[in-house]
Design a protein around this ligand. Structure first.
Ligand code: SAM
Length: 270
């Protein structure tokens, strides 16, 4: 089994994505999705951005490596009566089922950054976008003090070192790497722009309860806890993350969680 696929099918990302719906909607409005636009959402999960893009009238295809999330996305689209939104399984490193230049916009919000072989990912995105179209990526930033970068950083201290040749997904949050990867795919640096943007996670419970969703359903955190428990450090990891989640909560209440997180928004104009 492809370890990248296994990681994301292990849990149930819908449990985390439920806290991202408002930010997903706000983002697709900000990036100018219009009626009739052909949009590919790569690493779409269960449709945090694909579904609101379709609600704005775009023709949306969501592609994700995790079968359970593709099924969840199709279920959500069906329940909402969105005939212009469908989801299928696929790998961002090789979109073999998608013809060249078939989309006006290829977006990938915290999605394709998690695929291995980042140069292949950039090449595939460029290939399936039409000339004059756009690619928009949302990437977490290494070393950023906000939530997701910190969760991944803390977790990595409890997990064994990755295999030789592994490229950290967080390198997509470094501008020079982004320029290098799209450059190798034939895109000059002046076609790429960078903005700092924010997603706010909203959860109707205490920060520690929301951490429980990560521990039980978010593949990377599940793996971190499994590794930490093997070395007798599970309680230590729990404490470190509980402190982080409580510190970052901006809801002004202890029983509700609202946590903003900064990301790098990359726009490539083709
Ligand atoms: C952090 S989740 C984000 C999901 C969604 N974009 C959202 O904002 O809710 C990362 C997603 O990337 C998908 N993914 C990881 N590697 C992938 C790959 N090689 N090809 C396609 N999707 C991938 C995972 O299955 C998962 O759904």
């Amino acid at each position: 089994m492809n370890p990248n696929k296994a990681l994301w099918e292990k849990g149930d990302f819908t449990r985390i994505a439920s806290s991202m719906r408002e930010s997903g909607e706000a983002l697709v409005r900000r990036i100018g999705i219009k009626k009739g636009m052909k949009v590919l959402d790569l690493g779409c999960g269960d449709g945090t951005t694909a579904v609101p893009a379709a609600k704005l009238g775009a023709e949306v295809l969501g592609v994700d490596i995790a079968r359970n999330l593709v099924e969840a996305g199709n279920r959500r689209a069906q329940e909402m009566g969105l005939e212009n939104c469908r989801f299928q399984e696929g790998d961002a490193t090789n979109l073999r089922e998608i013809p060249d230049q078939s989309f006006d916009l290829v977006m990938s919000i915290f999605g394709a950054m998690f695929a291995p072989k980042p140069h292949d990912v950039a090449k595939e995105k460029v290939r399936v976008t039409r000339p004059g179209g756009r690619i928009v990526m949302g990437n977490w930033i290494p070393g950023d003090p906000t939530l997701v970068a910190q969760v991944l950083k803390i977790s990595s201290a409890y997990t064994p070192p990755p295999p030789e040749g592994f490229v950290s997904p967080m390198t997509w949050g470094v501008e020079s790497h982004v320029v290098d990867r799209f450059g190798a795919a034939g895109v000059p640096a002046e076609k790429i722009t960078f903005d700092r943007d924010t997603y706010t996670f909203n959860y109707p419970g205490r920060p520690a309860e929301w951490l429980g969703e990560f521990r039980n359903y978010y593949g990377p955190t599940m793996n971190a806890f499994e590794a930490a428990e093997k070395s007798g450090r599970g309680a230590e990891l729990q404490k470190e993350l509980e402190d982080l989640f409580a510190r970052q909560n901006r809801s002004g209440r202890e029983d509700v969680t609202s946590i903003p997180a900064t990301f790098l928004r990359v726009t490539v104009a083709l």
